[in-house]
Design a protein around this ligand. Sequence first.
Ligand code: AMP
Length: 182
Amino acid sequence: MRLLLIGPPGGGKGTQGERLSAALGVPHIASGDVLRAEAAAGTPLGRRAARFMERGELVPDAVIIEALTPRLSGGFILDGFPRNLGQAEAVDKLVTFDAVIHLPVREPELMRRLLARAAVEGRADDTRTVIRHRLRVYAEQTAPLIEHYRRMGVLVERSGEGDVEAITASVLSAIRPLSTRS
Ligand code: AMP
């Protein structure tokens, strides 16, 4: 099963990615986590990426494609990559998604969740100014992927607001029929 999660920062992709991974028995691959691990390890790729991440900018396509494409074998739940149309074109040449799951969440709720996360996790890019910028980057660069995958006929949309378990159940009910296809 090859799934892609699309949703705004703070929209619950990470939480749902972990839950879907446990339910479906395929790894959850979160591009932000991969980049943060590279940055923490001080690799050249991580150091390059960190400069963009701190500002809430997307890292250059070549950097993220180099970091993520070697991981795209077998089944997976991809979270956060591709994040713009250029990346999607590269990924679409390598992978056919069984479903692309869009989890929309309204902006005041996103701000509330991200500021709460900042207090708990202390992520460098969870400050109010950088959050605003990340939301703008999402609207301008990532949201066009929703139409892209709708046109390809693989888009599944489920609200990302409300009870975490109910959201997982709703996504699973949409995609379970796909896992029985040959
Ligand atoms: P996330 O944990 O998904 O919110 O990602 C944190 C940061 O990592 C983003 O704000 C970007 O700077 C960077 N990042 C993650 N995925 C990508 C991607 N596919 N393309 C470019 N930058 C990315």
